[in-house]
Structures are given as structure tokens and as C-alpha cells.
Design a protein around this ligand. Sequence first.
Ligand SMILES: [Zn+2]
Length: 433
Amino acid sequence: MQLKPPYILRGHILSPIADADLGWRLLHEPEGALAVDHNGLIVWSGSAKDCPMTLLGWPIQDTSHLIFPGFIDSHIHYPQYHVRAAFGADLLDWLERYTFPEEARFHALDYARGVAHEFTETVLAHGVTTALTFSTSHTEAFLALTETAHRRGLSVITGITAMDRNAPDTVTRDLGYFREANAMAFAHLQHFPRLGYAITPRFALSCTEDLLDSCGTFVAAHPDIWVQSHVNENPDEIAMTQALFPSADSYVDVYARHGLLTPKTVLAHSLFSQDHELEQMAIAGTSVAHCPTSNTFLGSGLFRADRHLHADIGITLGSDIGGGTSYSPFATMAEAYKVGRLNGQSIAPDQLLYWHTLGSAQALKLDRVGTLTAGYWADFCLIDPTCSPLSEVRWNDRKDLLDGLFGLMFTLPESGGGVVATMTAGQTRWSQL
Ligand SMILES: [Zn+2]
């Protein structure tokens, strides 16, 4: 299906939307319509029969597939496209044996461009339209990703990875290099309205105090940018962090002391955060990225959604490729459900969908994506619930909408996730139709 705005798309709409009283709710229109103007913005959505008369002259397209908002992957590593299914390692070992050697290759622009292409096509093919992604410490990796994402219409938030210790020379860069590369990269992104800049200290362990200071100083000078990093993922990592930063009260406090805990900070994992760390994040308005397939694959631990919700911290969902194992948002949501069960909770399917769409957008302070509502970008994907025999039976036998949605999380094929087309700003960017 090749869509080019303006048009009205008629089909089965399923999207979390903001609600003044409830915070959010699920919009479900089995016979819905979505009107997209020539700028790629949604100007109207709802039941097709209620479509305003003023739009009736627009071209009409029909789809038999489910229309979901584009998914937001709030934590992913584009250079780790080739680092998946790495056997027998926990976090620090996995970094040393598999990840750092691969990331070292990104000093070569051609190699980085090749992977940026593979990454961009793959996330679009899985219905992801916005990604908060790590790059590497190399300028070339950053440029390769941003030029590719811009060309293909994928919205990415990224930055030069800051790391100047505790890793091989091939992936670390000194403070002088980082300062220059970071300033260049930030200036470069000002030309691309749908790309965003994130200060990206890999994690506290990989940064000296001076490097973290430099990151914090940059954020203070540019308070609208994002901050992304990792926190409290693995007991060995936490112990080493405490040893390296003895004056900090906690892992979270390392970031706080360097001015890196902001309302636009997203910290991945937070598996072992103490109550006072959660409180510190909540006060700052910082969000967390829950990456369940990574946490189970590396054996890192179980995310406590209940504790973060109780602390009023925004929860987002991320694939964390390549520690994570699937690009499919449905697989990520399914794994988040399973992690919840291991903690004695049953996280509702609409809650999981919210975390991967509108909830992520709200946590990231992105006010034009994550939902299929007037005024937002027409970023969406079409899902075929009958794409496999298993998903077809499960969908057709659904007891109600939430039961059907839950079934999709566990029966859509992990590769592709049932996505048949993905659009950003109303234009088809990937399609198998
Ligand atoms: Zn990560």
C-alpha cells in the first residue's frame, strides 16, 4: 500500500489516546477513519460515519488491517544490529566479548552506513516509527544513522556516545574528541526537524568525572535535549560504579550530581534501584526504559513495574537490541507481561500498548507522536492479525478487544510482528503490500 497525503484511511483503529480524566484510554473504532493532511498530520480520527463533511472530497483508502500508532522504541542500540543471540554471557562479559569488538567497526563510515541501512529498514518493518537509540563514540556512526533515518523518514533521537574508560581504545574517545564531536553532532541535527539530540553517556562505568561533567554542562546549556543512559542493570556493574564514584550516594546519584537527571532523561533498566533512587528520579521527572527481552536474555534481573508506578516514574518500553532479542514491539510487550508475572503481577495488554506508544511519547516529552489523534503526526502501522494460522485463530476467537490484543502479543510471528506497512508523516516508508 503506497500512501501519500492527503487522504482518508478507513479501517480498524486501535490507539491509546490522551484523556483529561483518566490520563489515557484506548480508542477503538472497528469502522474507523483517519484523515491525514498534506503536511502528514492527522486532522481528524474517529468513526468513519462521523467523518466531517469538509473532508469528504479527499481521496479514500480502505484497509482490512488493524491501524496502530507507530511504536516508540525507547532504548535500542543501532550499532548492535549484528550483536544478537550471543551465547553465555552476562552484561559486562557480553560487552567485552561481543559488543565492543563490533562497535569498534563503526569508525569506518561505509560500514556504519551499511548497518544504519539494515537497522532503519528493520525497525520500520516492525512498525517502529520513533527510536531513542544509542550510536557509538565515533562521529561516523552518528552521521551514518542520522542521514539514513532522515532519508527513510524514521524519527530518531540519538547522540555521540560518551565513553573514555573501562573499554578498549577502539571504542573510547578522550574528552577533547567528545566535546568537538558532540558539538558538531548537535549542530548538525538542527537541520532535521524530526531528529532529536540526546547526550549519551554509555553508563557511569565508562565515563570519567570530567566526561560526565562535560555532558552535564552541555545539557545545562541546551535544556531541550534528551539524556539517555543505563542504570542499575547488573549487580557487578552496580558494585563497580559505587567503587568508581565513592562520593555519590547511589548509581542514580552519579547522574544527578553531574546534571544528567532531567525531565527528558531516559534511563534503561533500573532493575535494582533503591527507593531513594526512585524518589530522586521521580523528583527530576526522569523516566525509565523497561527492556524485558534484554533483562531475561542476559539474566540481569526482573523489572519492578509496580515500584516505578508507585513512585510515579514514567515507564517506556525498549527492545535494547542487541542485549534484547526481538525488534517486534509485540514480542517486547509479551515479555514485559511475563516479567510482571514473575513478580506476581498481571499487566493489562492496553497498559503494555500504552507504554510502547503514547506512554513512551509522554515520558520522552514528545507531543506529536504516539497516538492517532488530530494534531499528531500520522505515524502508524498496519497489522494483519491473520498473518499466521496461530494468530488468526487466536484473533478470531477473541472474547473481547483486550483479549484479542493480548493474544496478538503472543501469537504474532516475532519476525515482522504481523506488520504489513509502516507510515510516517502519512507516507508509506515500508510495505509488503
Ligand atoms: Zn542498552
